[in-house]
Design a protein around this ligand. Sequence first.
Ligand code: SF4
Length: 284
Amino acid sequence: MSEQQNKGEKQYISRRDFLKGAGILGTFAFAGPFFGEPLQQIMRGNVWEDDLHGIGTANEDYGAGDIIYSTCEQCNTHCTIKTFVKEGRKGQPYSSLVRKIAGNPYSPVTTQPFGPLDYATAVAVAAKGKATLAVEGRGYRGGRTCLKGQAGIQTAYDTMRIRTPLKRVGPRGSEKWISVSWEQAIDEIVNGSSDLGTPGLKSMWAFAPKEKVMGDWEKVKKGEMTQQQFTEKYKDVLIDTKHPDLGPKSNQIACLGGNRRDFMRDRIWLQGVGSINFDDHGSS
Ligand code: SF4
């Protein structure tokens, strides 16, 4: 190919590129009002602009002082988590903002299948993770959570988030609720609600040991004790004195616990409250 041909080709391509470019600009001019912000970001040279998308960049590096270790409350599993928190903006409602949620790298709960960091690892080292964010695009800085756990940020700052207890004010299923204070909610849960006609936990918290109750029940069946005597003896503690197998009144209270809550189940629920009704929920 001659030099002239080369020049011509270059000129031709250059014109075509110009026309393509003009077309794109025309499209931008037309579409601008609809896609203004993304286009502005491209023009500024940072498609993943942090302030707008919250994706995070190498500029938003953090250290141990920016981390709070906590537990996820997105479900009853209560996974161990690590949150990166930064200062909120002036004039905005939040004094600090959670920017990232990950699993706690020290915890066996959220580091499967790799295993937790050695507990002797300094928090400053743990904060930096095992890789370079700027080079590798990720830092391996935390353990794992499920997606619902990571969405905790959305829950925390959801403008529709329910911040106070809700009390039903219509019949069940009517979907009518009012906001009440925590004090009122606790009082009605413990002592009962006169307007709803619901009993309080206080009236259900009664216990009798199974061996003693069933021993007496055997006597009733053998005719060594009357039903009336049995009822009189246990009417305040059993759900139904004609069906002692239903157990104490405390069995009317159920706890929806979570995975790995054995301590809560055994010490607080079974031995403390005296109810056998504890349901494990698990997802990880
Ligand atoms: S399973 Fe997911 S939503 Fe539930 S506590 Fe763990 S991270 Fe949070």
